[in-house]
Structure formats: structure tokens, C-alpha cells
Design a binder for this molecule. Structure first.
Ligand code: GDP
Length: 529
């Protein structure tokens, strides 16, 4: 290995690229800020959402975002911590929950699942968890808001298992909750972190074990006894710590704390940077790319239009999978089969952009996109190969779309095609009437963005008629005539790759079709088809 290869390996090994998945209001912004503060990337809280400090809206597009109160997504936040280089991928939630939210997870090597201790596993968490499950990536759980009334911790763990089907290994264990929250005990380090209220520093106490008499001095006899019983129960009846199972996404390490009080966050982060994987191997159509493979390679997982309102430009986000990225390097754009010079590369921190001179496996780089990129495109400085295509995920809203002005049919078709390739919407055609176009989105706001962009960028006015479907399920090729289904509650369409897809109006219709067509397997994504 050359010195430069060694350098790439060392840099790759320092990277931890992860996303935080949660249901709105569980505390993702608060936790992100707490992490950035620990890493010294910001000095005070309030920067991440930055709604007040947002730059003035200067276009309609920005106006949509402003009205909806959506922060301009920063896509990735980087910070150093204990010699590691952390990349937190932003997974848009709330109203800007969209196809992008799912796709961003394909760029992560691990995930932090944030759970509200009073609410447990919530719907959005389930959806995002399922996407992580597809790739079997490690999931670290942080149970938040322990300073509020919370559910019993054993119940919460049981819910992880019952609802998500994942076993857990509590790394820390809480003493009390809400007004009685006294802190967390770290099972492996035998450290007790004493919670002393929101504003005060936590006291960290190294003890000889969970039966250390000093714990009852601090906690009182009853609480110390309860902690001892709980931890003994976990030791005897709980799962054993097993990093292989964690790395397969089969077992989740669990931490308890309060993101708002910055409590339990540091001990979580200390373990996370040690245990979470560095950039993982990535599948290509004909094999695997190791992060330590020499030539540079990466794939596009997200395209964002108009981040800079002054220009109608787009930014394509590239996840680096192997080798070293250098600004100005020449790479091969595999789908277009042409060389490409990567001169305009940027990183983003909240609202700010900086030029990236070099980057390593695990890093995310924003590339100026004059319309060259599609979701899933491979860039490679060596061999011409393709990464596995990114899966499509089930939309939740559907509409039939036609052009208001038939004279503008050409622009309309072109816009629809390009916006679907960029991942702004999913495009389907009816299986038996291919001139009928149907678009699907994960989040409703995507419809508005689609209408706006089709108008502004392609000069075509769309007419949307909303359809009552709620789910899409992919199926392997099968004779459509042989399918037994009710036309009132289902529709059969094809996606852009010509895969067969069934749209369903409700759970009942979905179950009915599964039962009546036992020979057909319905998939929630196009993954592996
Ligand atoms: P997001 O929607 O997941 O980004 O959630 P936010 O970080 O915006 O938090 C939602 C609300 O929960 C805010 O009012 C936070 O101040 C509050 N919150 C977040 N973490 C905690 C916590 O640990 N304890 C308490 N008591 N409140 C919290």
C-alpha cells in the first residue's frame, strides 16, 4: 500500500456517517444540537432549525418553504469528536417528510433511533425503521425526555421487540423518571451519572458495581435497591451484548437520557463513536465496493433544487463509497458514459456552503447539477461499474396528472420525466392505458413543489386529480389478467423501470389481495426486484 492509500484507509476509519430517525417532536433537533455542542461545532443552541434566522425568501419556491415553516435542509452536518469525523445526515420530518427522507437513509452506515419515553414507538419511526431493516444497518436507540413522566423502561424495550421486532441491550439504565429522575447507570462502565436538574452539571460517579453502597447514599435505599434488581434482571434474563448482532441490525444498544438537559448524551456519544461502524461496503450490480478500495467511487442519493434562491440551480448529493475525492478530479459518469470534471463541490452547514477540496469514504459532497444527475447515478474514477439502484418506497398520496394546455404536451412530458428522475415525485403509468400518468409522493408538500417546478422550470401547467390510494406494493412480473382484485379499491400500474405495482386504497384491500393471490408476493419497496 502506498502512503496515500494508507491515508485514505485512516480517514475512512475515522468516519461515522449516520442519520437520526424519529417521529416529529421526539427531540431530533434538540439531540442534534446537543451532539453539535459536544463536538464543538456550534457554541449555542438554536442554530439547527434556525427558523428566525432564515434568509429572506426571494422566490416562490422559498415562499412555499416559508409558509410551511420548513427549514432549508442542511442535508449533512459534520463535526469532529474524539478523533472521529461524524457526518449526521438530516432526515426531513414533519411536513417536509418526503421520498428524500427515505433515500437519505440509504447513504447512512448506521442510525440513531430516537424515542420519546412517554410515547414509545410512533408511526413515522416505524416507517423509517423498516427502511433501515432492509439494509440491516446497525440501530442505536436513545430514549429521550426522561426528565418528563415516562413509561416503564422495560415496557418500552418490550415495545421495541413487539412492534419493530428488534431485541435490545440497554447500555444504560434509568433511575426514576419525570420529577423523580435521578440519572442513568452504565452497565459496562459501572458509572452512575447523577441527574441534578436541567441547568446543573451531571455528577459522574465511578462505582465498583451496581451494588456499590455509595449508590444508596445518593439515590436513597429504595431507588438503589430497585436499580440493583433491574440491572440483575437484565443481566440474567436480558440479551447479552453482541457487537456482531448489533452490526447486523438484529440487536439495538439502548441509552436513556434527556436531550434538552444534555443529559446522557455524552455517554451515548462516547459509546456510539466507538461501536458504530465506519463506512461499510456497498453493493454494486456485480459485487461489492469496499471503502478501502483505491479508486474513488460514489453515488447520488438526493437532488435538491434551488437551494440558492438567487440561481435556479440544483445540488446533487454524492455519498463517497471508496477512495479519495479531490475537487477538480475527473471521473466517469457511468449512466451517461462520459467523463465529468468535479470542479464545483460543496459542503453545507446549516445555511452556509463551503467548497470541498477533498473528502473520504463516508463523506457527503454536494455537486453543482446543471441537469446531469439522476437519483442512484454512479460516479467512478476507476472501473466503470454501477452501484445497486436505490429502491423506491411506497408513496402515500397519489394523483392522476394531465397537462392543462395540450399544446404544451412536450414540455409537460419532459418535466414529468425529469422530475421523476430527480426523485421529486414517483411516476407510474396505468398498466393497460399507458397514456394515463399517475404520480405518487410520500409527503403531500411534494405535490406543491412538483406543480411549482413544472410551471417555473418547464412552462407547463399540470392538472392534478387526487386518487384515493394510500399504498403501493411492488410485485414480480406476473400475468395481470390472472390477478384477483377489486377494481374499486386497487389499481395496477407500472413504475419507470416497468416493474408492476399495485395501488391500494386501504389495509383491507391490501389484505384481501394478499389472501386471494397467494402466489403473488407484495413488496413495500422496489428493493431487490
Ligand atoms: P423534533 O421535532 O424531533 O426535531 O423535536 P424538537 O427537538 O424540536 O423537540 C420537540 C419538543 O420537545 C421541544 O419543545 C423540545 O424542547 C422538547 N424536548 C426535546 N427533548 C426533550 C427532553 O429531553 N426533555 C424535555 N422535557 N423536553 C424535550
Amino acid at each position: 500500500m502506498t502512503e496515500s492509500d494508507n491515508h485514505i484507509v485512516a480517514e475512512a476509519n475515522r468516519r461515522r456517517t449516520f442519520a437520526i430517525i424519529s417521529h416529529p417532536d421526539a427531540g431530533k433537533t434538540t439531540l442534534t444540537e446537543a451532539l453539535l455542542l459536544l463536538g464543538g461545532a456550534i457554541r449555542e443552541a438554536g442554530l439547527v432549525k434556525g427558523k428566525q434566522s432564515r434568509r429572506a425568501a426571494t422566490s416562490d419556491w422559498m415562499e412555499i418553504e416559508r409558509q410551511r415553516g420548513i427549514s432549508v435542509t442542511s442535508t449533512v452536518l459534520q463535526f469532529p469528536y474524539q478523533g472521529r469525523h461524524l457526518n449526521i445526515l438530516d432526515t426531513p420530518g414533519h411536513e417536509d417528510f418526503s421520498d428524500d427522507t427515505y433515500r437519505t437513509l440509504t447513504a447512512a452506515d448506521s442510525v440513531v433511533m430516537l424515542i420519546d419515553a412517554a410515547k414509545g414507538v410512533e408511526p413515522q419511526t416505524i416507517k423509517l425503521f423498516q427502511v433501515c431493516r432492509l439494509r440491516q444497518i446497525p440501530i442505536y436507540t436513545f430514549i429521550n425526555k426522561m426528565d418528563r413522566e415516562s413509561r416503564d423502561p422495560l415496557d418500552l424495550l418490550k415495545e421495541l421487540e413487539d412492534v419493530l421486532g428488534i431485541r435490545s441491550y440497554p447500555m444504560t439504565w434509568p433511575v426514576g423518571a419525570g420529577g423523580d429522575f435521578q440519572g442513568v447507570y452504565h452497565r459496562q462502565r459501572q458509572v452512575f451519572e447523577h441527574f441534578r436538574g436541567r441547568q446543573e452539571e451531571a455528577e459522574v460517579l465511578q462505582v465498583s458495581g451496581v451494588d456499590d453502597a455509595r449508590l444508596s447514599d445518593i439515590l436513597g435505599a429504595a431507588a438503589a435497591e430497585k436499580l440493583l434488581e433491574d440491572v440483575e434482571l437484565l443481566d440474567v434474563a436480558g440479551e447479552a451484548f453482541d457487537l456482531d448482532r448489533i452490526n447486523r441490525g438484529d440487536l439495538t444498544p439502548v441509552f436513556f437520557g434527556s436531550a434538552l438537559a444534555h443529559f446522557g448524551v455524552q455517554s451515548f456519544l462516547n459509546d456510539f463513536v466507538q461501536l458504530a461502524p465506519n463506512p461499510t461496503p456497498r453493493k454494486r450490480l456485480d459485487g461489492t465496493v469496499m471503502p478501502t478500495d483505491a479508486p474513488f467511487s460514489g453515488f447520488i442519493f438526493k437532488i435538491q433544487a434551488n437551494m440558492n434562491p438567487a440561481h435556479r440551480d440544483r445540488v446533487a448529493f454524492l455519498r463517497i463509497c471508496s477512495g479519495k475525492f479531490e475537487r477538480g478530479m475527473s471521473v466517469h459518469h457511468v449512466r451517461l458514459n462520459r467523463p465529468l470534471n468535479l470542479s464545483q463541490s460543496q459542503q453545507f452547514f446549516a445555511q452556509d456552503r463551503t467548497t470541498v477540496e477533498e473528502a473520504f469514504p463516508g463523506d457527503i459532497v454536494g455537486l453543482h447539477d446543471p441537469g446531469l444527475f439522476q437519483i442512484g447515478d454512479t460516479l467512478s474514477a476507476g472501473e466503470k461499474f454501477q452501484f445497486e439502484p436505490l429502491p423506491q418506497f411506497s408513496p402515500e398520496h397519489f394523483a392522476r396528472v394531465t397537462a392543462a394546455d395540450t399544446l404544451k404536451h412536450k414540455q409537460f412530458q419532459k418535466g414529468l420525466q425529469q422530475l421523476s428522475e430527480e426523485g421529486a415525485i414517483q411516476l407510474f403509468r396505468m398498466a393497460n392505458r399507458t397514456e394515463d400518468l399517475i404520480i405518487g409522493v410520500v409527503g403531500r408538500l411534494q405535490f406543491e413543489v412538483f406543480e411549482h417546478r413544472l410551471r417555473a422550470e418547464y412552462g407547463a401547467e399540470p392538472v392534478l386529480s387526487h386518487l384515493p390510494y394510500k399504498y403501493a406494493r411492488w410485485l414480480a412480473e406476473t400475468p395481470v389478467d390472472a390477478l384477483n382484485y377489486d377494481h374499486a379499491s386497487c389499481m395496477i400500474v407500472r413504475d419507470q423501470q416497468q416493474h408492476l405495482v399495485m395501488l391500494f386504497s386501504d389495509d383491507f384491500a391490501l389484505r384481501w389481495v394478499s389472501e386471494k393471490n397467494p402466489q403473488v408476493r407484495l413488496y413495500e419497496t422496489s428493493y431487490g426486484l
